[in-house]
Design a protein around this ligand. Structure first.
Ligand code: G3H
Length: 330
C-alpha cells in the first residue's frame, strides 16, 4: 500500500540531526553481494508515475517543502556574476513575498545555491547574512578527467573561498572496470580534501550502464564517507530517473541498516516540473521516511524546477497560471 503523503505545512515537519557518515573500511564481499533486479525496479518505478497526486493545500504544502530542498543551480559556460547574484536573490526569496505571506512561510529559502568554482565567491557574498550554503561542483566537473592533483586542489580552492558543500564527480571508468578499490580510494581522498565541507558524490548514473553498477558504486562511495550520493551532473545524455533513484535510495537504506549512518540523496538533471518533484518526495517518504525530507538528507539538483513550482503555487492562490518567463531564475 502506498503511503499517503498528506502532511501539515512543511515548517512543522520535525528537524533532523544526524551524525555525519564517517565511512568504513572497504568491504569487497558486501560490494560483490549487491545485485539489482532491474525488471522489479522498473515495475515499481512505473507504478509511481501513476499514483494519485495530492491536491490543493496539501499540494501547496508539499511544493513549499520541495522548494526548501532545492540546490538552486546554474552551471553554464556563460554564467556571469550578474546571473549568479540574481540566482542568489531568488534563493533568499524563492517566491514573491506576498505569496509566501499568504502561504504562511515568510522565511522560506532554498536548500543551497550550486555553481562552478569560479562563481563561488560571488555567490558567498550575495548570500551573506543568510544561512544558505554555497555548493561548488568540483574535480573536473562534469567528466572528472582532469589531472588528479588538480581535482583535489580544486576542492581545496572552493572550500577556501567559502563553499560549504562540494559536489564531486567520480571516475566512471573505475565502475565500468569493477575497480572498487580505486573508486573507494579516490572518494576517500576527495572526502578528506573537503574537510568540514560536506561532499556529494555524483555517480553520473547515465554512464554506468547497469543498475547493479549504480547500486555498487553507491555503496562504495558511502563506505568511503560520502555525505550524499547524487545521480548526475545534468550534462549526461540520461540524468535522474526513478529506477536509478530507487536503486540508490535502497542502497542508502541498506547502508544505514548495517552501519547506523544516514547518507543523503540528490537526484539531479532534468527535474523541471512540480509534479515530478512531488513524485520524488513521495518516493523518499515511502522508501526512507521523514528524515529524508529535510535539506540535511535530500536535495533536488535543479536549474528550472523552482520556476514551475512558483507557477503552480500562483495557480493555487489565484486560480490562474502566469507565463513561465515571469519566473526567470537568473
Ligand atoms: O546538479 C544539477 C544539475 O546540473 C541541474 O540540471 P538541470 O539544469 O537539468 O536542472
Amino acid at each position: 500500500m502506498q503511503t499517503d503523503i498528506r502532511t501539515p505545512t512543511p515548517n512543522l515537519l520535525p528537524q533532523l540531526t544526524h551524525a555525519r557518515n564517517p565511512g568504513m573500511v572497504l568491504d569487497l564481499d558486501w560490494v560483490a553481494s549487491v545485485q539489482a533486479n532491474t525488471s522489479a525496479i522498473e515495475r515499481r518505478a512505473a507504478t509511481l508515475g501513476g499514483r494519485r497526486s495530492v491536491k490543493k493545500e496539501y499540494q501547496a504544502a508539499w511544493l513549499l517543502k520541495a522548494i526548501s530542498l532545492i540546490d538552486l543551480t546554474t552551471l553554464s559556460g556563460d554564467d556571469t556574476p550578474g546571473r549568479v547574484q540574481r540566482l542568489c536573490a531568488k534563493a533568499r526569496q524563492p517566491v514573491r513575498a506576498e505569496m509566501l505571506q499568504t502561504l504562511g512561510v515568510p522565511n522560506l529559502t532554498v536548500g543551497a545555491v550550486c555553481v562552478y568554482h569560479d562563481m563561488v565567491e560571488t555567490a558567498v557574498r550575495a548570500l551573506e547574512g543568510s544561512t544558505i550554503p554555497v555548493a561548488a561542483v568540483s574535480t573536473g566537473f562534469p567528466a572528472g578527467l582532469s589531472p588528479w592533483h588538480l581535482r583535489l586542489a580544486e576542492i581545496g580552492e572552493s572550500v577556501k573561498v567559502g563553499a560549504k558543500e562540494i559536489d564531486i564527480v567520480i571516475s566512471r571508468r573505475h565502475v565500468l572496470t569493477g575497480n572498487w578499490q580505486a573508486l573507494y580510494d579516490e572518494m576517500r581522498e576527495m572526502r578528506a580534501a573537503c574537510g568540514a565541507a560536506h561532499v556529494k558524490a555524483i555517480l553520473a548514473t547515465g554512464e554506468l550502464q547497469t543498475l547493479r553498477n549504480v547500486a555498487r558504486a553507491s555503496l562504495v562511495c558511502m563506505m568511503a564517507g560520502a555525505d550524499f550520493i547524487k545521480t548526475s551532473t545534468g550534462k549526461e545524455a540520461v540524468n535522474a530517473t526513478l529506477p536509478v533513484s530507487l536503486t540508490m535510495i535502497r542502497a542508502i537504506r541498506d547502508y544505514e541498516a548495517r552501519t547506523g549512518f544516514k547518507v543523503g540523496y540528490k537526484p539531479a538533471g532534468g527535474i523541471s516540473k512540480a509534479k515530478d518533484a512531488l513524485l520524488y518526495l513521495a518516493l523518499m517518504k515511502d522508501e526512507l521516511g521523514h528524515p529524508w525530507l529535510q535539506p540535511e538528507l535530500f536535495r533536488f539538483g535543479a536549474s528550472s524546477l523552482l520556476g514551475d513550482i512558483e507557477r503552480q503555487l500562483e495557480h493555487y492562490l489565484t486560480g490562474h497560471y502566469s507565463a513561465a518567463n515571469r519566473h526567470a531564475m537568473g
